[in-house]
Design a protein around this ligand. Structure first.
Ligand code: GUN
Length: 292
């Protein structure tokens, strides 16, 4: 029997908790409402969907958001100018630059230009390095969302063997670090694999937990996992089926369902958790901003 990990239901639960926390610490005390900035460059349809859902989540929870949408032909200099404005605007508690950005812009330069204190994505090397060293830092929202999902379902990570597939800065690399950290939400033995790993099934077949984020629909098949494995599918791929587009994960759902013990559905698994963790990060940033 495979149990589906319901990110939608958990997100509703966490939303209620955050709402109460904002009532208690911000609205009832008549403090300034936290404010998230979002910079989006271009018209990547998935990015537009993600950004809209982040803005909607802010509205649901009652925090402020400002979107700066730049045309696709904007230069690196123009994007850096908008980042500088967000860095210097004391009313913006934290902000993100939605990735991916077009190839004519150097993503590293962009991330390096974000003030680490406002880097609610946790992508800046200062936050990323602190994360790796188990120091206090903003943690990337998707990776944190996976940890919280496992925690709330009381799935033990400590002592388990985890295989991560995919090494992106958004998911694979940070989750591989977080799962191995020496604390109560980690302590797993981790192998980070990727598209150039030969015979990847030699790793995946041994794994207690597999976290996959490669952007290839149906990549992980039932024959590649051991019975009872816990499968976290981070992929969200738009796949055309006759007339309409469907959202498919990186896991071949039909062959994995029944063999895994736990599985995240797509949609409704990791995605809603990511949004809630971004909101948590914005609250932390607002609280820090207030102290400064
Ligand atoms: N693109 C896909 N996921 C993310 C994310 O968590 N943050 C940013 N900035 N871009 C993304």
């Amino acid at each position: 029997m495979t149990k589906l990990l319901n990110g939608n239901r958990l997100a509703i639960e966490i939303r209620k908790e955050i709402y109460k926390e904002i009532d208690k610490n911000i609205r009832n005390k008549k403090k300034r409402i936290p404010h998230l900035g979002i910079i989006l460059l271009g018209n990547n349809s998935s990015s537009i969907t993600y950004v809209n859902s982040k803005i909607k989540e802010c509205k649901n929870i009652g925090i402020q958001s400002t979107l700066v949408h730049l045309p696709v032909e904007s230069s690196e200099f123009e994007l850096l100018k908008e980042i500088k404005k967000m860095n210097e605007n004391s009313l913006i508690d934290g902000f993100i630059v939605q990735l991916p950005i077009p190839k004519h812009i150097n993503t590293d330069n962009i991330i390096l230009s974000i003030n680490p204190k406002k880097d609610v994505d946790g992508f800046h090397p200062e936050n990323f390095g602190k994360m790796a060293l188990n120091m206090k830092a903003f943690l990337p929202a998707t990776a944190l969302g996976i940890l919280v999902l496992l925690e709330r379902y009381k799935i033990q990570i400590s002592g388990k063997y985890t295989v991560v597939i995919g090494r992106s800065r958004i998911v694979g690399r940070p989750i591989s670090i977080l799962m191995s950290r020496k604390n109560n939400l980690g302590n797993s033995t981790v192998t980070l694999t990727h598209s150039n790993t030969p015979n990847i099934e030699n790793y995946t077949r041994k794994a207690d937990i597999i976290i996959i984020s490669v952007g290839i629909p149906g990549f992980l098949k039932g024959k590649m996992i051991k019975k009872g494995a816990i499968i976290i599918d981070v992929g969200i791929n738009k796949v055309k089926n006759e007339k309409k587009f469907l959202l498919k994960g990186d896991v071949d759902f039909n062959s994995v369902y029944g063999k895994a013990s736990y599985l995240t559905p797509v949609p409704g698994g990791v995605g809603p958790m990511t949004r809630m963790m971004l909101i948590k990060n914005i609250l932390i940033a607002a609280l820090n901003n207030e102290k400064n």
